[in-house]
Design a binder for this molecule. Structure first.
Ligand code: HEC
Length: 137
């Protein structure tokens, strides 16, 4: 089977909360190809692992922080940026149709937000897992 067809089948096997945007599908394919380079046994992203990444608390500069600190535990709710005190629109694409529709935006914020919480950029597999989780919620 050629690689593209395989990738499409792998993506199609997700059960999404909402239909993923074209931008998200192409970004997930990119992440999937990167993940396979690092882990040849990689098959699919896992929303459950993504959920753990989203909820896991870290201590940064003596303070507890997780993705939920700014985005809350309910992805359908508005969040609050703990650094700037600005309101953040809900992250869930089922509530906010603009979510996960722009590759540049997703790359920029995942990189920045992984650094905020995990003090590193995050791997392709971690980013794909977390996007799969957000998409389902
Ligand atoms: C310090 C606050 C803060 C933390 C912690 C945080 N985020 Fe964010 N996040 C933001 C802000 C601010 C934006 C950009 C504003 C917006 O999109 O409404 C954003 C945007 C995003 C986006 C872009 C959504 C899109 O539609 O393109 C994703 C994905 C995201 N965050 C995931 C995460 C993940 C995963 C974590 C944990 C690793 C995390 N965030 C932790 C503040 C935060």
């Amino acid at each position: 089977m050629n690689k593209t067809i395989l990738s499409i089948l792998v993506l199609a096997s997700f059960s999404y909360g909402v239909e993923p945007s074209v931008a998200l599908k192409s970004y997930m394919l990119e992440l999937q190809n990167q993940a396979k380079i690092l882990n040849p046994n990689f098959l699919n992203f896992d929303a459950k692992i993504g959920k753990d990444i989203f909820f896991q608390k870290q201590i940064v500069d003596g303070k507890e922080i997780s993705c939920t600190t700014c985005h809350t535990k309910n992805l359908g709710s508005q969040g609050l940026n703990s650094k700037t005190n600005k309101i953040i629109d809900p992250l869930s694409p089922s509530v906010n149709r603009l979510r996960l529709t722009d590759v540049k935006e997703m790359k920029k914020w995942l990189k920045r937000n992984f650094n905020d919480v995990y003090k590193r950029e995050g791997t392709a597999q971690e980013k794909g897992n977390v996007l799969a989780f957000i998409l389902k919620n």
